[in-house]
Design a protein around this ligand. Structure first.
Ligand code: SF4
Ligand code: SF4
Ligand code: SF4
Length: 488
């Protein structure tokens, strides 16, 4: 018996109080928000039984605790994939109340915006039980609004990389095609439409216009089972989705499937979604998003939510031996616990993850690699990987194919022709957006995904959804919309 145990037993016999060890490691103190009233409060990040939790107290609503990551080791080690940020050309707000109340971007923000979202409307042709945007009545942006916002994006970034039109459902906005044209006219290289696919499945004229404009399609696709669709989308949409995807393949547009994953609903479909994506001629990538519990969502347990390591584990276990955990590397452009990516070279049955032929971690580790290894092309390869491990990487684009070519060098026998190669490079991303239980200022301060709003602000996406900006902007624009309507 060791000394300590002996002492404890002696104290117990004597009826004296004993000190207790806590069952967690105190990892850090940060700032978050109260899930009830959204006020900004201190938050502790705790490691317990190889999981990561956020624990915080609101003076009015008491204590809250939620799961941040199901793998503490992954969470802690991902810190080394944190790249120095790039400062935007201009800021739109001043530092006044502190993060996250000064968005943005305010001069304290640590990264420029790789991807700007423009939410063109709030209406939708679906009424999903899971909808972070809480789609419904509200507003439609005008072409003048969108042109001004795109001009602002150019002012902020100089050479903006990606704009994504979202909503509501952007394809039902009567001027969505004009919006896409306006972005193309401003030479924004990648223009995306984030859609549920319903209009694409049915409207031939719309499809023809898309074939001409060629935006990338960010396509909501949550699985195959009727129960999945019933729970997440309110109705079985599989056949409509398959039809829309086939029509997109006919016009040769590039699609990323976007799957919202909820615990107890569709996590068992993750492997099947990847397999389907790899085989479908329109699909160049899959994005998994654990459901963000903002806007509309089904009841959930904050201690059991899906996190990046859960989705990653499902990809590996349901992947029939194709993937290992190490194929996925955190994205250094944003805060590294926000997102992981991998890239595959796909040729028929052959699937080769890039990290099997190149030590991607070696290149994207910004903490332990203080000097570049003695490899002449190190900087060139790192630059290519930085472009791929970024929110500006668009699945199916020539830019991505050329970076893949540069990064893997002679590691894989690749076709020279980029337009051919881009159909063989496949992206898998897992993005864990923040909600009121997981909100961490450390992450939003380095966010590289912004929501552009008509007054010229660029608000980091997770702050927009969680802190109250969405509600404010929507109320203002809905009021303007009503006034314009009444004046007619
Ligand atoms: S998230 Fe960024 S822009 Fe918003 S308040 Fe914090 S530092 Fe400023
Ligand atoms: S999740 Fe998308 S498709 Fe569903 S209601 Fe919301 S905006 Fe519409
Ligand atoms: S949108 Fe949210 S999850 Fe994505 S980079 Fe920004 S803070 Fe991180």
């Amino acid at each position: 018996m060791n000394e300590r145990r002996e002492m404890e037993e002696r104290m117990a016999i004597e009826g004296r109080k004993q000190k207790q060890d806590s069952d967690y490691v105190f990892h850090e103190l940060t700032r978050s928000i109260c899930p009830e009233c959204k006020r900004v409060i201190d938050a502790q990040v705790l490691l317990r039984a190889n999981r990561v939790y956020m624990r915080k107290r609101c003076p009015e609503h008491g204590w809250f605790e939620g799961l941040i990551s199901s793998d503490a080791q992954w969470y802690v080690e991902s810190a080394r994939f944190n790249k120095p940020g790039t400062i935007p050309l201009e800021f739109s707000t001043e530092v006044h109340d502190g993060c996250p109340l000064d968005c943005g971007l305010c001069p304290e923000h640590k990264q420029h915006t790789c991807l700007a979202l423009i939410e063109v409307n709030t209406a939708c042709n679906l009424d999903c039980p899971v909808c972070f945007a809480n789609a419904g009545a509200g507003y439609n942006l005008t072409l003048a609004d969108v042109e001004r916002m795109l001009d602002r994006f150019v002012e902020l970034e100089g050479n903006p990389e990606v704009v994504q039109f979202s909503g509501g459902e952007p394809t039902i906005h009567p001027q969505i095609l004009d919006f896409v044209r306006a972005a193309i006219d401003r030479k924004i290289p990648y223009v995306m439409i984030n859609t549920n696919g319903l209009r694409i499945a049915e409207d031939d004229e719309f499809l023809e216009a898309l074939a001409e404009l060629r935006p990338a399609i960010y396509f909501q696709f949550d699985g195959f089972e009727p129960r999945t669709y019933a729970m997440i989308r309110g109705q079985d949409l599989l056949q409509t989705k398959l039809k829309a995807l086939d029509r997109l393949a006919e016009i040769d547009l590039d699609v990323a499937l976007v799957a919202a994953i909820e615990r107890g609903v569709n996590e068992h479909e993750i492997g099947a979604i990847v397999r389907f994506g790899l085989q479908h001629p329109a699909v160049r990538g899959v994005v998994f998003q654990p459901v963000t519990h903002v806007g509309r969502h089904i009841p959930f347990d904050p201690m059991q939510r899906m996190t990046i390591p859960d989705v990653l584990g499902a990809i590996v276990h349901q992947g029939e031996g194709v993937f290992v955990k190490e194929d996925f590397v955190p994205v250094p452009c944003c805060f590294p616990t926000c997102q992981v990516n991998t890239y595959l070279y796909v040729d028929g049955e052959q699937v080769i993850p890039l990290p099997r032929v190149l030590d991607v971690e070696e290149y994207l580790d910004y903490i332990t690699n203080r000097t570049f290894p003695d490899i002449p092309s190190f900087s060139e390869i790192r630059t290519a990987l930085e472009g791929m491990w970024s929110s500006s990487a668009v699945a199916g684009s020539d830019g991505l194919a050329s970076r893949f070519q540069c990064a893997c060098g002679p590691g894989i026998d690749l076709p020279e022709d980029l337009s051919h190669l881009r159909k063989h490079v496949f992206q898998i991303s897992i993005k864990d957006f923040l909600d009121a239980y997981t909100f961490n200022v450390k992450q939003v301060m380095k966010c590289c995904v912004g929501v552009l709003v008509p007054d010229g602000r660029m608000i980091p996406f997770c702050a927009y959804n969680s802190v109250g900006y969405r509600e404010q902007v929507r109320a203002e624009l809905a009021m303007r919309h009503r006034k314009a309507h009444d004046a007619v």
